[in-house]
Design a binder for this molecule. Structure first.
Ligand code: ADP
Ligand code: MG
Length: 238
């Protein structure tokens, strides 16, 4: 069970206000996509949810508990970034196992969790390789594997596919949707790509200038855009 509620989240950097009273109620097991133009505040909002950035005001609530002051590792959240940041000298197994080594998890338990993640991500035959021996898509899967092993309640993805070529991006979209079904987890996925949003999301949050323009299903946004901005943004061919 993992609901994610944002209550009136605002954020300023100096005098620049980049998020304005964001209110969102994300349901358990939902796949929600934040979409909007570059600079609209998507990454900042995700980082606030993860606890990597402090909101100027407002609350982050997970499963009914206010986690606004909780340390990132205590929030039950895992974040996957655009840059994979794998350790080049470690094997795929050790890259995936890394967060569990930090937690000092016992070896049998650790091995079992890594093997399970590798199975889900189809990396079982790659565990002894180093990142340099993998394709871009495989490296991204290792990065996702590293977030799965911690059994988070909520996954956050910040433009995880933007470094991949178009064909691979298509494959990874399908894989991430499968992953969502398999893990039964709540996922928030940030992209500036309307196609990604429309094809992957249960519901989409359209952000513009630090404000929520609309929160709804792809069909709702497409057929009943709440604002001109949403109509233009979702209607645009990519
Ligand atoms: P997006 O991810 O949608 O492209 P960001 O959340 O990265 O947008 O940025 C939103 C706005 O906040 C931008 O105007 C950006 O320049 C500004 N911003 C982000 N991080 C910082 C920071 N650490 N200091 C000052 N301004 C920042
Ligand atoms: Mg960003």
């Amino acid at each position: 069970m993992a609901t994610l509620d944002l209550h009136r989240i605002s954020k300023s950097f100096g005098t620049a206000k980049v998020l304005h009273d964001i209110d969102l109620a994300i349901k358990d097991k939902e796949f929600v996509v934040f979409v909007g133009p570059s600079g609209c505040g998507k990454s900042t909002l995700l980082r606030i949810i993860a606890g990597l950035e402090e909101a100027s005001s407002g609350k982050v609530v997970i499963d009914g508990a206010d986690v606004s002051d909780a340390h990132p590792v205590d929030r039950g959240i895992s974040m996957v970034f655009q840059s994979y940041a794998l350790y080049p000298h470690l094997t795929v197994f050790e890259n995936i196992a890394f967060p569990l080594r930090v937690q000092k998890l016992a070896e049998p338990d650790l091995k079992q969790r890594v093997m399970r993640a590798a199975e889900i991500l189809q990396l079982t035959d790659k565990l002894k390789l180093k990142p340099g021996q993998l394709s871009g898509g495989q490296r991204q899967r290792v990065a996702i594997g590293r977030s799965i092993v911690r059994n988070p309640k909520v996954f956050l993805f910040d433009e995880p596919l933007s470094n991949l070529d178009a064909a691979l991006r298509g494959d990874m979209r399908v894989e991430l949707s499968q992953l969502h079904r398999e893990l039964d987890a709540t996922m928030v996925y940030v992209t500036h790509d309307q196609v990604e949003a429309m094809t992957m999301a249960d519901r989409i949050v359209v952000l513009n200038g630090g404000r929520v323009e609309q929160f709804g299903t792809p069909m709702e946004l497409y057929h009943h855009p709440a604002t001109k901005f949403v109509a233009g943004f979702i209607g645009q061919p990519n």
